[in-house]
Write a protein that binds this ligand. Sequence first.
Ligand code: NAD
Length: 486
Amino acid sequence: MSGTKRPGSAKHPGSESTPGMDPFADTLQRLREAFVSGRTRPAKFRAAQLKGLSLFLQENKQLLQEALAQDLYKTAFHSEVSELILCQNQVDFALRNLHTWMKDEPGAKNLMTQLDSVFIRKEPFGLVLILSPWNYPLNLSLGPLVGALAAGNCVVLKPSEISKSTMKVLAKVLPRYLDQSCFAVVLGGPEETGRLLEHKFDYIFFTGSPRVGKIVMAAAAKHLTPVTLELGGKNPCYVDDNCDPQTVANRVAFFRCFNTGQTCVAPDYVLCSPEMQAQLVPALQSAITRFYGNDPQRSPDLGRIISQKHFQRLRGLLSCGRVVIGGQSDESDLYIAPTVLVDVKETEPVMQEEIFGPILPIVNVRSLDQAIDFINRREKPLALYAFSNSSQAVKQMLDRTSSGNFAGNQGFTFLSLTSLPFGGVGQSGMGRYHGKFSFDTFSHHRACLLSHPGLEMLNNIRYPPYSDFEQKLITWALGSHSCTLL
Ligand code: NAD
C-alpha cells in the first residue's frame, strides 16, 4: 500500500554497476510504466506519498541526525533547524494545499470564446530526476521531492555520493515509505550520473555547482528535457558606512559560518569602505568569539569541512590577502577556523571562486555606487545582502542590481518561508521552488479549451469567405478590449 512501510530493502541501481551493463534501465522502465498507468495522478495517491515522507522524517529523526553528524559534524539541534524542520514544513504545507493547487485554474476569455470552458490544467511531467548535493543532503533531496510527488510525478532521486551516511539512509530507508513502483533512489558519482543522464527524463531538477549544472543541461538538451538548475556562486554582502558595526558583524559572521560556511546562499564576501572595515574587523572578532569561544575548534556549534579535497582547496584560499581573524587549520580534523581576510585582490582565487567555507574576504569600495558597479560587473549571484540604517541605501541596492534572492539587514532567513520562491538567475541558476512554486515547477501548465460539440452556426463566422462586415466583427471580437472577460 502506498504511503506505508514496506518490508525488505530496496535495490539501488548504480551502486554496483557492471561494465557494459546499463544499471538504470530496468528501474527507469518500471517507473515509466507506473506513470503511464496513471496511478500517480489522483490526489489520494499524491497525499499518501507526502504522508509517507512525513512519517519517514518523524520515525527516522535520530537516524538522520546521526547521519548528518557523521557527514557534516552537525549537532542534533543544527540538523533539526537546518534540515529536518525545513523538510517537514514543506511536506505539511504541500499536504494542506494539495487540493487547491491541483484545481484547474480558469482562464480569461475573449468574445470569440465566450461559450467555451477555458482553464489551465496542472499535470505531472512524468518521470523526474532529482540530483542533489552534499551540503544540506537531506533538505536538498526531500525539498524538491515534495514538489515532484505533490505534482504527481514518478521520481528518481540521486543523492550526493559525498555525504555518504545521509545517502545510505535515503537509499535504504526512504523507499520503504513511498510507493516503490513510482519512486527509486539510485546511487553514484560523476561517472554513474553521466550514464544516468544519457536516459530520457521528462524533467530534471539539479542542485549543485555551475560547472556540473552545465553538464546536466547539455545532457538534458539532447532529449529536450526541461531543467531547473539550483546553482551557486559568490554572494556579495554590502555594508554601508551608516550602520551599527556590531549588529552587522553578528549577522554576517553567523550566516557566513552556518553549516561551516558550506551554504550556497552564504554571504561570500563583504564590500565596504576602509573606514567601515576598521570597525567591522574587531566587531567580527567579537561575534566569532561570542558564538564559538576562544578556540572555535572545540565549539560544538562549528562543523567540519566535508572532505579532504574541499579542505585542501579552502586551506589554499587562506593564503590570499592578509589574515586578520582566524587562519588556523587542522587537516586531521578537517577543521578551518572562522577567518577574515583583508587586502585581497580581485584576481586572487578567493575572489574568483565560490568559497564554500568559513572564510570571509573584505573588499574595499568607496561608495554605494562603486559597490553596485562591482556587483553588476560580475555574474548574477544567488543571493545579495545589503546592510544599512538607511532604507534608501538598501532600496538602491535592490533596485539597481539583480540576484536570485535579496535580503536587507538580514542573512538567508528568506529560505525558511514557503511563501517565497527560491532560485537563481543567470549563472546562479534557473527556475524556482519551495511552497507552491515547487508544485508549479514540477507541473506542466496545460492550456485547455473545451468547446460545445454543436452550435455550429456560431462557428460559421470563422470560416471563409469573409464579407467586410464579418472581417470587422472578427477583428473586433478578438481585440484586446474583450480579452479580460471571464
Ligand atoms: P556538485 O555540482 O559537485 O554535485 C551535485 C550533484 O551532481 C551530485 O549529486 C553529484 O554526484 C553530481 N555530479 C558531480 N559531478 C558530476 C558530473 N561530472 N556529471 C554528472 N553529475 C555529477 O555540487 P556539490 O559539490 O555537491 O555542492 C556544492 C555546490 O552546490 C556549490 O556550488 C553550491 O553553491 C551549490 N549548491 C546550490 C544550492 C542551491 O539551492 N542553489 C544549494 C546547495 C548547494
